[in-house]
Write a protein that binds this ligand. Structure first.
Ligand SMILES: *Cc1c(COP(=O)(O)O)cnc(C)c1O
Length: 370
């Protein structure tokens, strides 16, 4: 665990993002996705804050273990945890959890549907079904659901949903997202015609919500945008705040001449430089392919140089920066401007999701409420 390197998470900014999402989807309720440690922001503090401050009725996670952790830490949190992918329903040892706690599996394949339809003790568990409308990852398709309709009719569907594969692209009439929506509406209509009741629906992830698509369903399911970065970056229209600020400090500085080898391997300076070492490396989540990343460090343009080490990294500056940045100075890798994290992810040829979830447990999360 580090002390002077940390992620500072501003919960007021989370509230502002929440309100902005609500204004994009005024008719829908929010079902925040808190998988992967709430996108690196901390599963427990984020879940608790969303439920206590914003009264969210449902939270979405990826694995049963995430849902269990929430209730282990906050046994009486008044919310329902939905497990979207790794439900462990096939495992008798783990599926008990759904009977004893307010945790609901999202049914996304036939074998799981068989378990919840054929075991009477599962009748009290709400039936939440994910449909496959073209992403072709998880979900039951139209034909499968028609086949199950007689059984579904007796039981009723609590929540029917689908997930978009391409909503981070600017939407156009007739594109993949519209086709997925058409397929979803067809599934819903067909089930209704077969007498299957459907109480609630949801379809939209961040990319869709940013474009106000699918926002008249019962729920919207924001993940990324709630924590700051936009899903749609061209054009960049989501003006939410990056709720985290990644802070570190300068461990040591020195100057070196062109041609000096720096650190592990053979990385020689391409020109005279002023160098700063920061005490974060790949074990903190500054992945090795961050090497080369250009950063604005206290107003000076710097670049991660040479190999990223397990515990440290080098930032190379112009020699003129000497004296302007010193050991023990506090510096930010990213701040609350969501353009900064987007730029970092773009430079690393990855997505902000990965940059955020990579930050390891060696970096403490510090919560701030203004
Ligand atoms: C992760 C996830 C979301 C949220 O996606 P973002 O792009 O982060 O908004 C919504 N729905 C499902 C089913 C998901 O798995």
């Amino acid at each position: 665990m580090r002390h002077s390197s940390y992620l500072e998470i501003n919960l007021n900014l989370l509230s502002e993002n929440f309100a902005k999402i609500q204004s994009l989807a005024p008719k829908a309720k929010l079902l925040p996705m808190i998988k992967a440690d709430a996108y690196g922001n901390g599963l427990i503090p984020i879940s608790r804050y969303l439920v206590e401050e914003h009264k969210v009725e449902k939270l979405g996670c990826a694995s049963l273990g995430e849902a269990l952790r929430v209730f282990e830490e906050c046994p009486h949190l008044p919310t329902e945890m939905l497990v979207f992918s790794d439900t462990e329903l096939q495992n008798p040892k783990y599926r008990e959890a759904y009977l004893n706690l307010n945790i609901t599996p999202v049914i996304h394949q036939r074998s799981d549907l068989d378990i919840v339809l054929n075991n009477p003790e599962f009748y009290k568990v709400p039936l939440v079904i994910k449909t496959n409308t073209g992403m072709n990852r998880l979900g039951l398709n139209l034909n499968e659901l028609v086949e199950y309709a007689p059984k579904l009719k007796n039981r009723g569907i609590k929540h029917l949903l689908t997930h978009f594969a391409l909503s981070y692209f600017p939407l156009k009439e007739g594109d993949k997202t519209h086709r997925q929506m058409d397929e979803f509406l067809k599934i819903r209509r067909t089930l209704s015609d077969l007498g299957v009741s459907i109480e609630e629906t949801s379809v939209s992830n961040s990319g869709a919500i940013e474009q106000r698509f699918g926002v008249s369903e019962t729920y919207v399911r924001p993940g990324l945008m709630l924590y700051g970065p936009p899903a749609v970056t061209d054009p960049h229209t989501w003006n939410g705040h990056q709720i985290s600020r990644f802070v570190t400090k300068i461990l040591k500085t020195f100057t070196a001449k062109k041609g000096t080898p720096i650190g592990y391997g053979i990385n020689v300076l391409p020109k005279d430089a002023f160098l700063a070492i920061i005490p974060i490396g790949y074990a903190d989540g500054l992945v090795t392919f961050a090497s080369g990343l250009e950063l604005n460090i206290n107003g000076h343009r710097g670049q991660l140089f040479a190999r990223i080490n397990m515990d440290m990294a080098f930032i190379m500056f112009d020699p003129s920066v000497e004296g302007k940045i010193k050991a023990e100075d506090v510096v930010e890798i990213w701040n609350h401007d969501n353009k900064v994290i987007t730029d970092i992810a773009n430079q690393m040829k990855t997505i902000p999701y990965q940059v955020m979830v990579a930050i390891s447990s060696r970096i403490p999360r510090i919560y701030k409420v203004k």
